[in-house]
Design a protein around this ligand. Sequence first.
Ligand SMILES: C[S@@+](CC[C@H](N)C(=O)[O-])C[C@H]1O[C@@H](n2cnc3c(N)ncnc32)[C@H](O)[C@@H]1O
Length: 224
Amino acid sequence: IATFNEYLNFHNVYFMFDVFIDAHNYSQLFIKPIKWKIIILLLYKTLKKLTDPKLLNSCVYVLKMLVHMSKAKRVLEIGMFTGYGALSMAEALPENGQIVACELEPYLKEFAQPIFDKSPHGKKITVKTGPAMDTLKELAATGEQFDMVFIDADKHNYINYYKFLLDHNLLRIDGVICVDNTLFKGRVYLKDSADDFGKALRDFNQVVTNDFRVEQVCKFFSQI
Ligand SMILES: C[S@@+](CC[C@H](N)C(=O)[O-])C[C@H]1O[C@@H](n2cnc3c(N)ncnc32)[C@H](O)[C@@H]1O
């Protein structure tokens, strides 16, 4: 038998879920079809060969829009995977724009590069393979700076990437850092969560909140 509070929570959850589904369905009506056929090819090849389709989600539209809105010219992506996010962001960059995409696995560069080469935007992307921290050190040593950074790799290193970017001026003043998974399926705020990734992201969120150098916003984007 449910207590009154449980009863209320039960109905709230259903109410929230309905609102969420309705909002999601409604918002899908307003997504424009992807313009470039090459990115469709990339999506198709990724789904066919490599992955769980959940990894490829509507967040790339948000990234592309952020690049456009911030008028970024130089973007750093930490964790490239098959290049779907990189190519989407490249579409929003000006002709002389540049993305440096860090990816641990050389086979993912081999997968993505031929598709980038077919795209009119592919020339804007440079893939650096190996641990991202090594690439960040290399970029800092040569005085590189970026207008926007997208962190989307190994969760345990998010704090290290974030600190390194700011401490070594890899992000220009007034630049933007976007970080994927900061709510991580609720595991960051569920009290009994013993999940390592959840804990790493919880610590990361706290570090950013305590850092007087930045302003932050945490936004939920649906993946269904
Ligand atoms: C979630 S996927 C990235 C998705 C991509 N940002 C997109 O939007 O399409 C994470 C990627 O980070 C890479 N990765 C994990 N650890 C890394 C590291 N230490 N250095 C560089 N890349 C890493 C993984 O190989 C994987 O391809």
